[in-house]
Each structure stands twice: as structure tokens, then as C-alpha cells.
Design a protein around this ligand. Structure first.
Ligand code: ZN
Length: 446
């Protein structure tokens, strides 16, 4: 009897402890101050020329009633390379005592943002001045990312969290099958995930403090002819959401849009229109009843070693004088690694999961993850309250599913040249990632 009473008492404590969140918000402008090479397209031949709007790093800190913390950071950038993410994570751990598993660093993948660190290093052979500018920017960015996490933690105060989701139509599968294999185009019958998850943070009086929303689609409305800095559709969407909710900070999280392009694209007014469409989807979610989040914050992070398909020195030697400047540059970089006795065979790939009570689960994966991963996670673990993000913690390459890897094309093979990785992933890439997803999910789903 006393044992039953004790169990009941503990359950009551658990229920009480399950409410009473705190949240904090930080934001910092990360627009480059000087002209800088923009990332994402190999055809650009000069630095940026002004800006359409600012780029931001934004942070949302969440703490449950037991003091378990999480900080989600979103950035209007092409992708954070591992070197920067791990430097930021180490400094955040040292300065604020936040474990690696409690920090999520996501990038919007805007193609009108600066080169960041060594990400996509094969795209350009920069002169010393332009290279120094990228290095200077990356150093400054690293400090700002640490600072924005600190600002969010310093802002922690009582809050209520709720969740809902909507849809936005403009994500389009871009893997178009043709007589010579898959090329980048438009494939209306290919898989997409048009879900728009929305996490709302309100103050006790009801005022909205933060709105985190996501979408699985490349920020590539603006193509390689654009030299003005912007966040593409996600930049416009955040501005629109903040206009509609004065005083709130809007944070955009990039989901599994590795093989998705906005449709249509190639004009500034289209980027603005897609942004407005996405912001309207967020507004619709906010105007309807949302699910209140209760319960503890749980996080798990692990590194899984992914292998590349076998490669040899001879393969790259044969390409050093290739007529394609990118193939030749890539071959030289790969041979350099061979010469230094460290040919790249494996890569430490980050897999993270976060549970906000039973209501919301975030799976955050590194790299340019194709939509198949989001669909498979939702099928396996349920789609209700499930957010599956790519472009998190490290953007080292595309991450194709086995299906996409076997079909070939840009996301499977061609993109590895620009990323400076030796070639496609080994065929166990999807299964290894799902094994790791299973492990982090088990840690957070207790
Ligand atoms: Zn991409």
C-alpha cells in the first residue's frame, strides 16, 4: 500500500515538474560588412554587391522545470562546417556549461550568403584578399554564434510552449529523370514534404516571444547571377512573420530539402513571394488552436562514422589535368590528402534528437539531407509533432538515401566534387544513419 502511495506521489511530482518552462531569445546580425564571395554557385566570379536585407543568427533557449536545457540556433547561411560548429560548441560548453547534445546549430542554406570556413571549398580558387575576407568573416561569425547562445540563456524567463503545423506548396522535387540519367530540373512526381512545423513561445501574459518554423526546400530561388546578400525565401519569411507578430523573433530551420528547389525560381520577387507564402502558412498555424507542450527536455547527440565508396590515388591522378576546372581542383585536393598520408575514407557524421515532452520531437541531421529521410523518420516514429531537420551541426556533403545514391545525379555523385569529399558515400549510408537515429531516439523517448 505504501509503495502504491509513493508511486502515486512520484507521478504527481512528475506531472507538476512537467510544466513550468523557461525560454530565452537572442539575435545578432551576421551580414558581412565588406564585399565577400557568395557561396552555393560555381559560376560567380566576383564578391557580393550590397544586401537586400540582413542575415541573422538567432537562438532560442528552452529550460524545463528541472533545469534541463536546450539551445536551438538558426543561421541565414549556406552551411556551418564542422570546424566552426565544434569550436562554437566547445566554447558554449566552457562558458555556459551547455553539453554538446543540448546545442543544435542549423543553417538555412541560403545561396546569397557568404562562403563560410572551408564549406564547399572547391567552388572558388580565391585570391589572397578574398580568401582572407572569408577567414576574417568566419572568425567573427564563430564569436557571434557563441554570443547569441549566451544572449538566449541570459534571457531565460517563464514561458509557455506550443506546437502546430501547416503546409506550404512551393517545395518541388528537383531530380528530373531523363535519357542521360537524373539532372537538376523539376520533377512534380518525385517525393516532397511540404510540412511547416511551428513552435510558439509565449510569455505568461500571452505575448508571443518567438516563433520557430521550418521547411524542407533549398534557399535557391535566387540563382548564380545574384550578387546581393539575402536570406532568400527564408529571409523574407522571417521578416514577414516578425512584421505580423511585433516583438517576436522568427527563426527559420532548414529541414530535409536536399533534393528540393523552390518552384518557380530565379527572380527576386519570387523569393519574396515564397517568403510571403511560408509566412502566411505560419500565421494560419498561429491563428488556430495549438498543442501545449508539457514535459521534460531530453537531448541526445552522437557521431556515426560514415564510409565513402572505395577510391584510389590513381583515380585522382587521372583527373589532375581534367578540362573541367572543378574536377581538376578537386583531384589536386584529394591527392594532397593522399600525399599527407590521410586520404579521406570516413567522415564523423552528427545525428541528434531532442524531445520536448511527448508533444514534439526534433531529429537534427548533418549535411544536405534528401527528403526520403524525413519521410522515413515520420513513417517509423509517427509524423505528429515530428520535425526532421537536415543542415544541422555540420554541412559536409549531400546525404542521399540509398534510392537516390543508386539513381545517381547531382545529390548522389556530382556534388561531391564541390564539397571536396572523395566521392559518393558507401551504400550503407542510409542504414548507418538510421541505426544512429534509432539510438538517439531511444535516449530521448523514455
Ligand atoms: Zn544544396
Amino acid at each position: 500500500m505504501s509503495r502504491i502511495l509513493l508511486a502515486g506521489f512520484l507521478l504527481t511530482l512528475e506531472a507538476l515538474a512537467a510544466t513550468g518552462f523557461k525560454a530565452g531569445v537572442g539575435r545578432i546580425v551576421i551580414t558581412p560588412r565588406k564585399p565577400i564571395y557568395l557561396s552555393g554557385y560555381a559560376n560567380r566570379n566576383r564578391p557580393s554587391e550590397g544586401a537586400v536585407h540582413d542575415l541573422w543568427a538567432k537562438a532560442l533557449a528552452i529550460e524545463d522545470s528541472r533545469g534541463s536545457r536546450l539551445v536551438l540556433v538558426t543561421t541565414d547561411l549556406i552551411g556551418l562546417p564542422r570546424h566552426i560548429s565544434e569550436t562554437v560548441a566547445a566554447r558554449v560548453q566552457k562558458q555556459y556549461g551547455l553539453d554538446r547534445a543540448r546545442l543544435v546549430l542549423n543553417s538555412s542554406h541560403t545561396h546569397t550568403g557568404p562562403l563560410v570556413g572551408q564549406n564547399l571549398s572547391i567552388l572558388f580558387d580565391l585570391g589572397p584578399e578574398d580568401a582572407a575576407r572569408v577567414q576574417e568573416y568566419s572568425l567573427d561569425l564563430t564569436g557571434k554564434l557563441v554570443a547569441v547562445v549566451g544572449a538566449a540563456l541570459a534571457d531565460l524567463s517563464p514561458a509557455e510552449l506550443s506546437y502546430g503545423h501547416g503546409q506550404a506548396p512551393f517545395a518541388m522535387n528537383r531530380r528530373e529523370p531523363g535519357p542521360n540519367g537524373v539532372r537538376i530540373g523539376v520533377n512534380p512526381s518525385g517525393p516532397s514534404d511540404k510540412d511547416v512545423p511551428v513552435l510558439r513561445v509565449t510569455a505568461p501574459g500571452g505575448a508571443i516571444r518567438a516563433i520557430l518554423f521550418g521547411y524542407g526546400c533549398h534557399n535557391t530561388t535566387l540563382t548564380g547571377e545574384f550578387y546581393k546578400i539575402s536570406g532568400d525565401y527564408a529571409g523574407f519569411a522571417q521578416i514577414e512573420v516578425e512584421k505580423a507578430q511585433p516583438g517576436a523573433t522568427a527563426l527559420f530551420m532548414m529541414l530535409c530539402g536536399g533534393d528540393q528547389n523552390p518552384n518557380p525560381r530565379s527572380r527576386l520577387d519570387l523569393a519574396e513571394a515564397h517568403g510571403a507564402t511560408l509566412a502566411a502558412a505560419v500565421s494560419r498555424v498561429l491563428s488556430q488552436p495549438m498543442k501545449r507542450i508539457e514535459g521534460p527536455v531530453r537531448t541526445a547527440f552522437r557521431i556515426v562514422e560514415l564510409g565513402f565508396a572505395p577510391h584510389t590515388r590513381e583515380k585522382f591522378e587521372a583527373r589532375v589535368n581534367d578540362g573541367n576546372v572543378f574536377v581538376a581542383r578537386h583531384a589536386k585536393a584529394m591527392l594532397k590528402a593522399y600525399d599527407e598520408g590521410r586520404p579521406m575514407r570516413r567522415y564523423p557524421y552528427p545525428v541528434q534528437a531532442v524531445a520536448l515532452g511527448k508533444q514534439v520531437t526534433l531529429v537534427a541531421l548533418g549535411g544536405e539531407v534528401v527528403v526520403d529521410y524525413a519521410l522515413r523518420v515520420k513513417k517509423r516514429y509517427g509524423s505528429e509533432g515530428m520535425i526532421v531537420a537536415g543542415y544541422s551541426n555540420d554541412v559536409m556533403a549531400y546525404v542521399p538515401s540509398l534510392r537516390v545514391l543508386k539513381e545517381g545525379g547531382y545529390e548522389a555523385v556530382d556534388s561531391t566534387t564541390y564539397y571536396g569529399v572523395p566521392g559518393p558515400w558507401a551504400e550503407d549510408v542510409e542504414e548507418k544513419i538510421f541505426t544512429a537515429i534509432g539510438q538517439v531516439m531511444e535516449r530521448v523517448k523514455r
